[in-house]
Design a protein around this ligand. Structure first.
Ligand code: GDP
Ligand code: MG
Length: 299
């Protein structure tokens, strides 16, 4: 075995992902689904308590609301490479209160708890957009402008089961129109035009760009089976049928997970290092300051 391949075999790559957005758009449910589908946890890992609280009724909703920022780390393996995946879940912005927004947006883009962590910055931030609006709101635009200056941002439309195919397509169009019009530099999936379209990789990436914002449907807490195969699925049941959250025809979760953990992982990290690293150091406070901000009530 050559020295470099041995190093690659043992090296653990770090990946830090964060979810951000207004409350009850489905951020924690997404984190839970990611966690549930990775299924390659260290045996002794217990999921954080806040992750196991589900809200199927309105009364549950308050109990299940994410009240403070938390993060946890999973050891996973993608294509033979070991990844230490840290997921950061934030309390949602309260709809009419942007008071704490600056603190939240500027400081939560850093995972800075372990001083020995080699790579403590967020590599990709998923921004959840309310699917009941027709595109981005003024608040979304303000928040996105600040976020995109500091971190790779990927727009998400969650609870896509609540929209028809046409409604979802129109919403995606409206969001992309607003992103363009307000010049919000969300993460751009690279398409290398000079290579022509003969390369499969280029084609696959071009396809990904057309899917933005990614649609997500999180499963409900029920034992469901696929009616045609009788296999267990993560899904949602309706009077007219069952949604399979891992079916790419139903939502973009599998594509997104692949983008995050596999196809674009290195690119997210490279961009974070090249574009955002300096700002990180310019704004970096002392360890105590940052820890203080982390423990503060962000709602
Ligand atoms: N219909 C539907 N409801 C969802 C979905 N994801 C989450 N929910 C529900 O929306 C509510 C808020 O979800 P939560 O993940 O706590 O939102 P957060 O505040 O953004 O973390 C909960 O009652 C969830 O059960 C989804 O994909 N479809
Ligand atoms: Mg939450």
């Amino acid at each position: 075995m050559s020295r470099s391949s041995r190093r690659r075999k043992h090296a653990v790559s770090q990946l830090n992902l964060m979810v951000v957005g207004f409350s009850s758009l489905g951020k924690t449910s997404f984190i839970r689904m990611l966690f549930d589908t990775l299924g390659r946890l260290k045996e002794d890992i217990e999921p954080p308590a806040s992750l196991s609280k589900r809200a199927e009724t309105a009364q549950d909703a308050e109990a299940a609301r994410t009240k403070e920022l938390y993060s946890f780390t999973l050891d996973i393996e993608e294509e033979g490479e070991k990844i230490s995946l840290t997921l950061v879940d934030c309390p949602g912005f309260v709809r009419d209160n942007e008071l704490r927004l600056d603190v939240q947006v500027t400081e939560e883009t850093k995972v800075k708890r372990n001083p020995k962590a080699q790579d403590s910055q967020i590599h990709a931030c998923l921004y959840f957009i309310d699917n009941t609006n027709n595109g981005l709101t003024d608040k979304d635009i303000r928040i996105l402008k600040r976020l995109t200056a500091r971190v790779n941002v990927i727009p998400i439309v969650a609870k896509a089961d609540l929209l028809t195919t046409t409604q979802l397509a129109n919403l995606k169009k409206a969001i992309n129109r607003d992103i363009k019009q307000y010049q919000i530099p969300v993460f751009d999936f690279p398409v290398d035009e000079e290579d022509g379209s003969e390369s499969e990789v280029v084609e696959a990436f071009a396809d990904i760009q057309t899917q933005i914002p990614f649609s997500i449907i999180a499963p409900e807490d029920a034992e469901l089976t696929d009616p045609s195969t009788s296999e267990k699925i993560l899904g949602r049941q309706y009077a007219w049928g069952v949604i399979d959250c891992l079916n790419p025809k139903h939502c973009d979760f599998v594509v997104l997970r692949n983008v995050l953990l596999s196809s674009h992982r290195k690119l997210f990290k490279d961009i974070t290092l090249e574009l955002f690293y300096e700002q990180y150091h310019d704004h970096q406070g002392t360890e105590e300051e940052i820890d203080g901000r982390f423990t503060g009530n962000l709602n």
